[in-house]
Design a protein around this ligand. Structure first.
Ligand code: ADP
Length: 465
């Protein structure tokens, strides 16, 4: 069953229970109120009759009706009493009816034994009796003193009108309950359908994407920013990320294949050459080329493996790392590779972070290698480490050729090389800065770069403290 039908059903069942409960309570309260009003009336009537008749009632059985009728005729209250809805009976201790008002006519009314017992004990009592024609009669009994023995005075009032009214109330309640339910089911169904429409859109979009493998499809939700709105927006963002990830994966595979194919072509060419009868010098030249290309390939493969490892989010060791030590080690290593260039250390604060020392050394090593690679002989490379608010900053400043503004936003992309031939001649693969960025991000940080053509570049690594 679709969720919208289930929700509507639940909603309607709960509403139905609540309405039935409210209806039953209203019905019972109203009925009790009307009955208690009747009881109050009966109490007044009984008291007035008792006062009127007093204790010297004549106990001649034939006269009871006369006594009663006389009583009814004498008091305005009792005249009212004698109206069609109200009757009076006198009952002796054995439950025999010894007198009854005329308005009861042929109507047979049972005698409630418990009321007789209570009456004889001097207590007033009330009960609802069913007459021979099925009418409900509310009776109140009290004791009055007869000539020879105590008698029970029973005053009763028909509940026919109240029952008729309550019957109407009952049907009105059932009718309004059914109408409310029908309204709730229809309007609830429409509301739930409207509220869940984005979920249906999400499911449809997901299905379309699955069937067509087209990640450019979106839900395109533009309704209120409630939970379902957030779900639809998050779904679109997720698909957008996936699309970008797939696209970059596609480009990555294309770039990686391309970059591995050129050394393979060189290898293949040189192997073909070696199969021929070559002179010693040419043979050595071919072997040198094979060695260089093998080196390049192995570097690319190493870089790719490291990148895959870093981007998978695995971090081998999250110990306390002294960034100062990392900086000094990288500077020392740089000095050995720098030739006529100088590698100096500027500001060096004592800063510790949690991270992977090995990878942080690799990060700094890549930046220092690049700085050396692109700085002419005699130039200086300055490394510094300092605190900037919540960040530990490592600067690698060189006095090299710099990077043109149009290349600057792309230098961290995979296989991006400003000058392919030049980078290759240095043994570059275009993965160095991608690895730097990935390691920085793995440590909750980032890398920024500023550069001026012909003057030099400044790479800054920001690591969260
Ligand atoms: P590569 O292996 O080619 O050095 P990188 O990812 O390390 O690859 O760098 C990408 C490109 O950024 C390089 O081709 C180079 O042109 C440019 N670059 C990187 N560092 C510097 C620098 N310090 N000075 C000038 N250009 C740089």
């Amino acid at each position: 069953m679709p969720i919208r039908w289930r929700l509507t059903l639940w909603f309607s069942v709960i509403l139905c229970v609540a309405l039935v409960l409210a209806g039953v309570i209203i019905y019972i309260v109203l009925q009790n109120h009307l009955h208690s009003e009747v009881d109050d009336n009966l109490k007044v009537y009984a008291a007035e009759i008792k006062d009127y008749i007093g204790s010297d009632i004549v106990m001649a059985p034939d006269d009871y009706d006369v006594v009663c009728d006389a009583a009814c005729a004498c008091s305005p209250a009792l005249r009212e009493f004698g109206s069609p809805g109200v009757h009076v009976r006198l009952i002796d201790g054995n439950g025999n009816i010894v007198g009854r008002s005329e308005n009861l006519g042929d109507l047979e009314l049972p005698v409630e034994e418990s009321l007789i017992e209570r009456g004889l004990a001097g207590e007033a009592g009330t009960a609802t009796l069913t007459a021979s024609d099925g009418t409900k009669i509310r009776v109140m009994t009290d004791q009055i003193q007869g000539q020879h023995e105590p008698l029970i005075l029973e005053v009763g009032q028909s509940l026919r009108h109240i029952d008729a009214a309550m019957n109407q109330v009952r049907w009105a309640l059932i009718g309004s309950l059914l109408a409310a339910l029908a309204f709730a089911i229809v309007s609830g169904g429409i509301l739930v359908r409207r509220a869940l429409a984005p979920v249906v859109d999400i499911a449809r979009t997901a299905q379309n994407i699955e069937e067509s493998s087209d990640l450019s499809k979106r839900v395109g939700y533009d309704g209120p920013k409630d939970e379902i709105g957030q779900l639809a927006t998050t779904f679109d963002h997720m698909i957008e990320h996936l699309e970008k990830a797939f696209e970059s994966q596609r480009l990555f595979i294309a770039d990686a294949s391309h970059d591995l194919r050129s050394p393979l072509t060189v290898l293949q060419g040189n192997l073909d050459l070696l199969k021929r009868d070559l002179g010693e010098e040419e043979r050595r030249e071919s072997l040198r080329a094979i060695e260089a290309e093998t080196h390049r390939m192995s570097r690319i493969v190493d870089d790719l493996l490291l990148l895959a490892e870093v981007e998978s989010g695995q971090i081998e060791w999250r110990g306390r790392v002294s960034l100062r030590e990392v900086l000094l080690e990288s500077a020392e290593r740089g000095q050995q590779l720098a030739g006529d260039r100088k590698v100096v250390v500027g500001r060096q604060e004592d800063i510790f972070i949690r991270g992977d020392a090995h990878r942080l050394k690799r990060l700094l090593g890549n930046l220092v290698d690049n700085a050396i690679r692109y700085t002419p002989e005699g130039g200086t490379i300055t490394l510094s480490l300092f605190r900037n608010e919540d960040w530990a900053c490592i600067n690698v400043v060189d006095e090299g050729m710099g990077i043109a503004p149009e290349h600057l936003p792309h230098v961290f992309e995979r296989f991006y090389m400003v000058d392919r031939a030049r980078s290759r001649s240095h043994g570059g693969s275009g993965l160095g800065l991608t690895i730097v960025k990935a390691i920085a991000e793995q440590h909750g940080g980032k890398v920024t770069v500023t550069s001026e053509l012909g003057k030099g570049s400044t790479f800054t690594v920001w690591l969260k403290l």
